[in-house]
Design a protein around this ligand. Structure first.
Ligand code: RUQ
Ligand code: CUA
Length: 665
C-alpha cells in the first residue's frame, strides 16, 4: 500500500520542525524519542530540505515491502526491457529480448530458436533497439498478461509472456528494414501495431534514391495476436502501403474513437538528404513545410480489405496498396503543425493529441470533428491522392505548453502531461471543454511546468495511456543526466525522474532520480503491481517455458543417464541442491549431443545454472524448468561443467565432468 498522505505530513513535520530548523543539533530530542531525534539529526547533517525528506518518505521501501507499481521500460540498444518497481525505483529485472543474455541463459543454449526467428535473411542479428513496450489490454486497460516491444533497428516485434517474464517470440517484419511506431495495441489486443519510420522500398529492395517519390514507401503493419496461443499469428497479419512520409508513432483509438488508428509523420517534404552533394541535410530538408500529416485509419475497413484478399504480396506478406486504401475510404490525413512527434489518444478516446517538435503547442483533434469532416468530404488530396481533412474542421484546440513538446500522458484529474524536450520540463495542462468535470467552461490551458534533468524524451504516467489512468506517479525519461550522477566515464547514464502528480494545480514534486546505465530507454508503461500474477516456480517439474507445458523429452528424476543411438547421444540430467545427476558424461568425439536438464526444485528462487566451458553454453534453470540444448562434440577433451547460480552452501561442489574421448586416429 502507499503511504497515506496524512501519515506523510505528520512524519515530515515530526522530522523537520525541530531538525532542519535548528540546523544540525546533534542530540536534539524529538517528541517520541530516539528514532525521531535521529531522523532530525540525519536530515540536518545531510542538509536535506523538507521537500527532500518528503520525497524520501514517499519512495523509501522498508525491506520486504513490495512496490505498488511495476514499470516496463524499453532498454534502447541493450535490446532488453527493464522491470522497475515504483515508487522505490528499484531495478527488479532486465528481460532479454533481442540480445543474447547469459544470466538468463538466453541465446546460450536456450531461446536460440527465438533469436534465430528474428535473423534478417542469413544474417544473425544479436542486438535490437527497443523503443516502445506495450502491455496487453482488455477493454483499454492493462490486463497484466503480455508485453510487446519493437526493435527499431531491424523492424521486429517481440512477445513476452508475463507469467514468467520471458520472451516467447520474435517476428521479423517482411516488408520493412526498420520501424519506430510500435508496439501499440488495440484496446483488446487483437492487433499489435508496428509503424515504419524512414521511407524505403517495401521489402528493402534496391531502388535509386532519385526514385524516392515513386519507389520508396512508408508502411504500418497490423500483427494479429492470438492470445490463446500466446503468439503473433503471421498468417492473419497484414500491412498498409503508405506514402514515403516518415511515419513516426501510432496509437489505437479507444472508447469514443475505438476502431480508428492514428499515426503521425514527418518529412512530408520527401527530403532525400545528400549533404555531401550540396543538398540540404535531412534535418533541414525534412523541416520545410508548416504541416505534416496525422494519419487516420479505419481499422474495420482495412480488416475487411485484408479478409477480402485485396492485397498484394511483398516478400510473401499481404500489403493493402495505397490506391486501394484511398479508393475504399480507409485512410485520411489531417495537417499537423511543424515536425510533429507523438500521437496520444486521451482516456475517453474523444481527443487525439499531437505535439509539434518545432511548435510550442500541442494540437488536439476531436474524433467527432474528424468523423464529420469525413462525412462532409471536407478535404483536399495530397500528392499521393490521400484525402487531407481541413485543419480547422478537425482541430478542437491548441494549447501553448512550451518548447519542443513531444509526448503526452494523462491522469485521473483531467490533466494531460506533455514532455518538453527544449524546455527540459514536463507541462501539466487541462483537457478542456466538458472533458474532466463535465464543465463545458473548463479551458484548454497550461497549468504548470516542472523542470527535469535533462532533455526529456518520453514521459509515462501510471496507467497513463489507458482508458482509466491512475494519476499518482509520472516518470520523466530523460536522455541526458549531465551532472546528476557520478560520471562513470564519458558515457553517461540516462535519468529516470519520478514525479508525484497526486496533488492538483501547480503542485508536482520531483521525488527520485534513477540512473539507467544500460542502454537508452525510450518509452515505458507503468502497471499496478496487483494486476500481475507471475509464477515464482514453474507449474510442474519438467516445464518447457517455450511451449508452457511439460516437455515430452524432459529429463526425469530416477531416469537420468546417457542414451546412445549410433552417433546420436541424449544426455538426461537433473539438477537439485547440490548436485547434477549424472556427474560424469562420457561421449565420443564426433557425437551429436542433445542434452536435457531438468531442475527438480520446487522452492522459490532455487535456480540452478549450467555452465559448459568451451561450448558457449550457460543455462538458467528456474525451479521446475526443463531445457534441451544441442551441439556437435567436435572437440575432444575434459570439460568441467558447473552450476553458475550460487544455490546452496555446497554450490561449488555442484559440478561434473564431460569427457569427450578422441576419435581413434
Ligand atoms: S519516440 S526516438 Cu518513442 Cu519520442 Cu522513439
Ligand atoms: Cu546449483 Cu549452484
Amino acid at each position: 500500500m502507499m503511504i497515506t498522505k496524512r501519515w506523510l505530513c505528520v512524519a515530515a513535520a515530526t522530522l523537520l520542525t525541530a531538525g532542519c530548523g535548528q540546523g544540525g543539533g546533534g542530540e536534539s530530542a524529538a517528541p517520541g524519542g530516539g528514532a525521531g531525534g535521529d531522523a532530525q539529526r540525519i536530515a540536518a547533517e545531510r542538509n536535506l530540505t523538507p521537500d527532500d525528506v518528503s520525497a524520501a518518505l514517499k519512495t523509501y521501501m522498508p525491506t520486504g515491502r513490495h512496490d505498488d507499481y511495476i514499470m516496463f521500460a524499453s532498454g534502447g540498444h541493450s535490446g532488453q526491457v527493464f522491470v522497475i518497481g515504483m515508487p522505490s525505483m528499484r531495478l527488479l529485472r532486465n528481460l532479454a529480448v533481442f540480445t543474447p543474455e547469459p544470466w538468463q541463459g538466453y541465446g546460450y543454449g536456450a531461446g536460440n530458436e527465438i533469436l534465430e526467428a528474428g535473423f534478417v535473411g542469413d544474417h544473425p542479428i544479436t542486438w535490437g533497439d527497443t523503443h516502445h513496450p506495450a502491455l496487453s489490454e482488455t477493454a483499454g486497460d492493462y490486463d497484466g498478461e503480455w508485453l510487446f516491444i519493437n526493435d527499431k533497428a531491424n523492424a521486429r516485434m517481440a512477445v513476452i509472456d508475463l507469467r514468467d517474464f520471458e520472451t516467447k517470440q520474435i517476428v521479423k517484419n517482411p516488408i520493412a528494414i526498420n520501424d519506430h511506431g510500435g508496439a501499440m495495441v488495440t484496446p483488446d489486443t487483437e492487433y499489435v501495431i508496428e509503424g515504419g519510420q524512414y521511407g524505403s522500398p517495401l521489402g528493402w529492395k534496391y531502388a535509386p534514391i532519385a526514385d524516392y517519390n515513386k519507389s520508396y514507401r512508408g508502411m504500418v503493419t497490423f500483427w494479429k495476436f492470438d492470445r490463446a496461443a500466446g503468439r503473433i499469428d503471421e498468417s492473419k497479419s497484414f500491412a498498409l502501403e503508405l506514402p514515403p512520409y516518415w511515419q513516426d508513432l501510432f496509437d489505437a483509438g479507444k472508447l469514443a474513437s475505438e476502431g480508428w488508428i492514428f499515426g503521425n509523420c514527418f518529412n512530408t517534404e520527401l527530403a532525400t538528404g545528400g549533404i555531401e552533394d550540396g543538398n540540404a541535410p535531412f534535418e533541414a530538408g525534412a523541416s520545410q513545410r508548416d504541416a505534416d500529416y496525422l494519419h487516420i485509419i479505419d481499422l474495420k475497413k482495412i480488416e475487411s480489405l485484408f479478409q477480402a484478399g485485396r492485397t498484394t504480396k511483398i516478400n510473401g506478406f499481404p500489403v493493402i496498396a495505397l490506391d486501394t486504401l484511398i479508393e475504399e475510404g480507409a485512410l485520411f490525413f489531417a495537417p499537423e503543425p511543424k515536425s510533429p512527434h507523438g500521437v496520444d489518444v486521451a482516456p475517453g478516446g474523444e481527443f487525439i493529441v499531437v505535439s509539434g517538435k518545432l511548435d510550442p503547442h500541442v494540437t488536439i483533434y476531436s474524433i467527432d470533428r474528424i468523423k464529420q469532416a469525413i462525412a462532409d468530404k471536407n478535404w483536399e488530396p495530397d500528392a499521393y491522392g490521400v484525402p487531407v481533412l481541413d485543419q480547422d474542421a478537425v482541430v478542437e484546440a491548441q494549447v501553448e505548453v512550451g518548447l519542443g513538446p513531444l509526448h503526452t500522458q494523462f491522469d485521473n484529474k483531467g490533466y494531460a502531461y506533455t514532455s518538453l524536450f527544449l524546455d527540459t520540463a514536463v507541462a501539466r495542462w487541462t483537457l478542456g471543454g466538458a472533458y474532466a468535470d463535465k464543465n463545458p467552461d473548463t479551458p484548454w490551458t497550461l497549468v504548470t511546468k516542472i523542470p527535469v534533468h535533462y532533455n526529456v524524451g518520453h514521459i509515462v504516467a501510471s496507467e497513463g495511456d489507458t482508458v482509466s489512468p491512475d494519476g499518482n506517479w509520472l516518470v520523466s525519461l530523460n536522455k541526458w543526466s549531465v551532472d546528476r550522477f557520478f560520471p562513470a566515464g564519458p558515457l553517461l547514464a540516462q535519468n529516470f525522474q519520478l514525479i508525484d502528480i497526486q496533488e492538483p494545480g501547480d503542485k508536482m514534486q520531483l521525488c527520485y532520480d534513477m540512473p539507467i546505465g544500460v542502454g537508452e530507454p525510450h518509452y515505458a508503461q507503468i502497471c499496478k503491481a496487483d494486476k500481475l500474477s507471475p509464477w515464482t516456480v514453474y507449474p510442474e517439474i519438467g516445464w518447457d517455458p517455450h511451449t508452457q507445458k511439460v516437455a515430452a523429452d524432459a529429463a526425469q528424476a530416477g531416469k537420468e543417464g546417457v542414451v546412445r543411438n549410433g552417433k546420436n547421444v541424449d544426455v538426461y540430467m537433473t539438477a537439485i541442491r547440490s548436485h547434477f545427476t549424472p556427474e560424469h558424461v562420457a561421449i565420443n568425439q564426433g557425437d551429436h549431443v542433445r542434452w536435457h536438464i531438468t531442475n527438480l526444485e520446487r522452492a522459490e528462487d532455487a535456480t540452478h545454472g549450467f555452465a559448459l566451458p568451451a561450448h558457449n553454453v550457460n543455462l538458467s534453470l528456474e525451479p521446475g524448468e526443463a531445457i534441451t540444448f544441442e551441439f556437435d562434440a567436435d572437440q575432444a577433451g575434459t570439460f568441467t561443467y558447473y552450476c553458475s547460480e550460487f544455490c546452496s552452501a555446497l554450490h561449488l561442489e555442484m559440478m561434473g565432468y564431460l569427457l569427450v574421448q578422441p576419435k581413434p586416429l
